[in-house]
Design a protein around this ligand. Structure first.
Ligand code: 13P
Length: 254
């Protein structure tokens, strides 16, 4: 069985003192969590602080982005080694906000994924359709292409370390969640691609998270779906109270 993985994407929120406060509160509220895997993804500036604070707990830390080169004259960019040196072990790749505002493409996602896997960081690769795409009935085409292009030349062995996050863009930060059935349909479709591209083992083992207005009120219903193995949480992860409630909902289902 796949363990549920709940990750919090802090986006561009939290100063260092606020980050410290949030992680400390989260630690207190989740010290009885055993089965659910928990990840926090603060901004780069707070990675070291978060990683230091979660030592000895089963919370892990992830970055929200990375660059594929190891070093060089790339002003403003951060390498995998730099991320690892903070103590972080995960990295988000291809979040829709990066695709939308910062020129991320399926090709750069693939380059980043290869570099992340090479470095030993655990990647969470994000995919998802716009409202227009959903309304014109091309969700599976769009998501299918994103998955195949992201995973180009990724071996079966490497693939076992990848987490996928399905985040319909129209559900991000809008308060509008995909219904459990809508999400399940796409998750099942994504898993069918993994069966086709890889094998039964990979298809069955890969964790596919759902993201888009996940809250304590809808977490149980979403996470109960057979192909939804976790959540990538935005707004509700900025408070320890709501994030830990989502984690507790996951733990009950584990
Ligand atoms: P919200 O939970 O705020 O909709 O954000 C989802 C998201 O983008 C997580 O990466």
């Amino acid at each position: 069985m796949r363990n549920i993985v709940i990750a919090g994407n802090w986006k561009m929120y939290k100063s260092n003192s606020e980050a410290k406060e949030l992680v400390e509160e989260l630690k207190n509220k989740t010290n009885d969590i055993i089965k659910t895997r928990m990840i926090v993804c603060p901004p780069y500036t707070a990675l070291s602080i978060a990683a230091e604070l979660v030592k000895g707990t089963n919370i892990q830390v992830g970055a929200q982005n990375m660059y594929w080169e190891q070093q060089g004259a790339f002003t403003g960019e951060i390498s995998t080694e730099m991320i690892k040196s903070t103590g972080a072990t995960f990295v988000l790749i291809g979040h829709s906000e990066r695709r939308q505002f910062f020129g991320e493409t399926d090709e750069t996602v693939n380059k980043k994924l290869k570099a992340a896997l090479q470095s030993g960081l655990n990647p969470i690769v994000c995919i998802g359709e716009t409202l227009e795409e959903r309304e014109s009935g091309v969700t599976n085409d769009v998501v299918g292409k994103q998955v195949e292009k992201a995973l180009a030349d990724i071996s079966t062995e490497s693939m076992k370390k990848v987490v996928l996050a399905y985040e319909p863009i129209w559900a991000i930060g809008t308060g509008k969640t995909a219904t459990p059935e809508q999400a399940q349909d796409v998750h099942k479709f994504i898993r069918s691609i993994l069966f086709r591209l890889y094998n039964t083992e990979v298809g069955n083992e890969i964790v596919i998270q759902y993201g888009g207005s996940v809250k304590p009120e809808n977490a149980t219903e979403l996470l109960s779906q057979p192909d939804i193995d976790g959540a990538l949480v935005g707004g509700a992860c900025l408070k320890a109270e709501s994030f830990s409630e989502i984690i507790k909902a996951a733990e009950k289902l584990s």
